[in-house]
Write a protein that binds this ligand. Structure first.
Ligand code: GLU
Length: 312
């Protein structure tokens, strides 16, 4: 049985990119008779002030993208807010620590961005392993002055997988990413750990999300393996670009649902998005239910999609 999910971060009102992602996750699961879980990824409480989560749920309902398990719907795998699931992340971290794979890192942000650190294509730095070889005594000494972040020791190994839409993707973690964060120095668990623990605990079999997270997948696959968990299938969708070619973000007020709801119906928003994503023959209004008949991953392009100006 297919089980998809929506995993939005409530850092603002949802925008067209988030909506397309939820629409495709919903269609992909529903078309094969599967269900959808809604999980609110609000781990970063400073970036995700409480007020947006409820609004997000209301916006998804307005769009007709209804979930079977999650806030308001209940279900056996709650709570569905990441901020209430930290005990589970701690248990996974303890497990990795017991395996000898976790070490404390005292590097400051400035040190990490120092010119010597190579940068990945997505702008993140490759961790050079500075704190990997600290002795227990050195680490204890430094902990007195600064609380450490925790990193996972990654193997010298290439991790490859077949993405359901983007095809083969591979990464040599030690070279292209380095030992990555499991918990920040302020105690906040890292997205990479939380998302793996949650998708596994919630029985998710299919992860549909934006191509900006393609490069996170090898890290997550490593965590699935180390924690003895079954990995879901991954399907990454192209990103939506603003009419000027920039990546859409929460700052693009026009693309936010607060603006869109004032001038469009849900069917208009979904119909236009489905048209841009290749599976609505024209930009005519459609409900999510009606789009089930036309949706196919084969129709969705592989490249980023630019929103024509004036379409919404
Ligand atoms: N919470 C993430 C976001 O809103 C998505 C994480 C995921 O789909 O794995 O960007």
């Amino acid at each position: 049985m297919v089980r998809g999910r929506f995993a939005p971060s409530p850092s603002g009102r949802i925008h067209l990119g988030n909506i397309l992602c939820c629409l495709l996750a919903w269609l992909s699961a529903r078309q094969r008779g599967g269900g959808v879980v809604l999980r609110i990824e609000d781990l970063d409480t400073t970036r995700c002030p409480g007020r947006y989560a409820g609004q997000m749920e209301e916006d998804l309902r307005w769009l007709g993208l209804i979930w079977d398990e999650g806030p308001g719907a209940g279900g056996p795998d709650g709570p569905y807010y990441q901020s209430e699931r930290t005990a589970l992340y701690q248990a996974a971290l303890d497990r990795l620590t017991d395996m000898g794979l976790v070490y404390p890192c005292f590097c400051t942000r400035a040190e990490l961005h120092a010119a010597s650190a190579p940068h990945r294509e997505d702008g993140q730095t490759v961790y050079p392993g500075t704190c990997r070889h600290l002795t227990a005594a050195e680490a204890a000494e430094r902990t007195k002055v600064r609380s450490p972040a925790l990193r996972l020791l990654v193997p010298e190994e290439e991790i490859a997988f077949a993405d359901g839409h983007m095809g083969e993707y591979r990464e040599h973690l030690a070279r292209d990413c380095g030992d990555f964060l499991l918990r920040r120095s302020d105690g906040m668990f890292a997205y990479q750990l939380a998302v793996v623990v949650d998708d596994a605990a919630m029985g998710v079999t299919e992860v549909v999300r934006g191509a900006d997270l393609l490069a996170s997948t090898p890290r997550q696959l490593l965590l699935y393996r180390l924690l003895g968990l079954k990995a879901p299938a991954f399907i990454h969708l192209p990103l939506l670009l603003a009419p000027d070619g920039r990546r859409l973000s929460k700052r693009d007020a026009d693309a936010g649902l607060d603006c869109l709801r004032g001038r469009s119906t849900a069917e208009e928003v979904l119909g236009k998005l489905a048209y841009l994503a290749g599976f609505n023959p024209s930009a005519e209004p459609r409900t999510a239910e009606a789009l089930l008949a036309d949706f196919s991953w084969e129709r969705v392009p592989g490249e980023d999609i630019r929103i024509p100006s004036g379409l919404f």
